[in-house]
Design a protein around this ligand. Structure first.
Ligand code: GLA
Length: 347
């Protein structure tokens, strides 16, 4: 398999490099070492026309100016942490406040805004990019020196695997994900409201007005949150369910997955014939329907707007530190955190 390496930008006296992995079907995945951002994924539609299916930019300055986490790795802790604080073994930790007095997506300079060291691993049937970053004790308020390793692997079955590993020298919290915004229409021809999503999920988390989990777990039954038999994203925009309304007419919610590594998430665009199957070892997926996407910038010539892309962020539950009934995000000293997600593209 092929890999193309190019200079993308300069930042902080360092070079930002882009890497494009290309498989034998002509599928391409481009990433940069700044934030491990996936800038492009080119996949064929049902006619074989190869187009880009993620929101991204061609310059670093646009990422720094406009990007709401397009394609980036999110950490140390994805999602919101209420009042930017939590307690661990009797110690109160105060995190960076970057969202209405709350902590969001790792803080002011999270994993999405740093340059990672990169290694290329080439094999016959797959290519990998291995990114390393040391998140220092106290960074954004989190305890422990956390050594992170993120591996993106593309194979000839049109599968992109994302593997996240971390080890800390102190007890800490870790909940990492990727924040790709998908749009399967190709080169952003249409918004995502006619995409169909199928989710193996019976339950989702209730959110408050600040989009923080209340602690209540709700059933999807008889709501616009029931994606079990497939549902178009547009349903969330016309629903009167207070949960859809508070998310800005749509979705910004964690869903608990009934199953793992078994086609639990399926996104499909009927018009192009492109599909995306996501499998993970994580307990939840946050469906963010792009409800806060602003329209004051363009994305490779297409004006940004609400619902232009949607995120399927596989992860642990947000704010679990403040809800003991949720699966825990605590990582013990020297324990290995390992989260895996695979994106398989079909046409
Ligand atoms: C997440 C959050 C959203 C929003 C986006 C970024 O997915 O849940 O509320 O902050 O990131 O704009």
């Amino acid at each position: 398999m092929k890999i193309v390496k190019e200079q993308f930008a300069e930042f902080d006296g360092k070079v930002v490099t882009s890497y494009t992995m290309i498989n034998k079907n002509g599928m391409e995945v481009t990433t940069i070492d700044y934030g491990c951002i996936i800038t492009k994924i080119l996949v064929p539609d049902r006619e074989g026309i190869v187009e880009n299916v993620v929101l991204g930019f061609d310059t670093l300055s646009e990422y720094q100016k406009y990007s709401p986490y397009f394609g980036a790795i999110i950490g140390r802790h994805a999602g919101r942490i209420a009042n930017a604080e939590f307690e661990l073994d009797g110690v109160n930790y105060h995190l960076a406040k970057n969202n209405n007095g709350n902590h969001l997506h790792g803080g002011l300079e999270g994993f999405d805004k740093v340059i990672w060291d990169t290694e290329v691993v080439e094999e016959e049937e797959a290519t990998s990019l291995v990114f390393h970053y040391l998140s220092k004790d106290g960074e954004e308020g989190y305890p422990g020196n956390l050594k992170m390793k993120v591996t993106y692997t593309l194979n000839n079955q049109n599968e992109l695997q994302l593997s996240y590993e971390g080890v800390s020298d102190k007890k800490t919290v870790v909940n990492v994900t990727n924040h790709a915004y998908f749009n399967l229409s190709g080169n952003l021809k249409r918004d995502t409201l006619n995409h169909t999503l199928t989710l193996k999920s019976d339950q989702f988390l209730e959110l408050d007005e600040e989009l923080i989990p209340t602690g209540k777990i709700l059933s999807v039954e008889n709501t616009a949150f029931d994606f079990r038999a497939g549902r178009r994203l547009i349903d969330g925009t016309v629903s009167n369910d207070p949960q859809n309304v508070l998310a800005g007419k749509g979705y910004d919610h964690p869903f608990l997955l009934n199953d793992n590594n078994n086609k639990e998430i399926h996104l499909f665009d009927e018009e192009s014939g492109r599909g995306l199957i996501i499998e993970t070892n994580q307990p939840a997926v946050v469906l963010y329907a792009g409800t806060q996407l602003e329209d004051n910038f363009s994305i490779r010539g297409v004006k940004s707007k609400k619902y232009l892309g949607l995120c399927l962020e596989t992860q642990g539950l947000p704010d679990s530190l403040n809800h003991p009934q949720f699966p825990s995000a605590i990582l013990e000293k020297d324990e290995v955190y390992h989260s895996i997600t695979t994106f398989k593209f079909t046409n």
